[in-house]
Design a protein. Structure first.
Length: 90
């Protein structure tokens, strides 16, 4: 589920950027993108909690590689939403 939220966050960030470049008010997309980013992080940790409670320690050990994908999704969301601020100023 967290991967879906991460992808939605990136899509909403691009929509935010496109609407800002067109001179329209992209506040809704910014809100949706940042909300989906927060849900991405929460979903990731919830998945790990479920694995820990189930005693699936092998799955927890596998999250080291998956954590990189989480970082990428969150950083992309932040950078794209930040770029919207630069587009608005022009």
């Amino acid at each position: 589920m967290w991967l879906l939220f991460g992808i939605v966050a990136i899509i909403m960030a691009f929509c935010n950027w496109i609407w800002g470049a067109r001179g329209k008010n992209p506040e809704v997309f910014c809100y949706l993108s940042l909300s989906a980013t927060a849900l991405t992080v929460c979903g990731f940790y919830q998945q790990n909690t479920d694995w820990a409670l189930a005693g699936d320690y092998g799955a927890i050990l596998d999250t080291a590689g998956v954590a990189t994908a989480l970082w990428v999704l969150v950083v992309l969301s932040i950078l794209i939403n930040g770029a919207t601020l630069l587009v608005k100023e022009k």
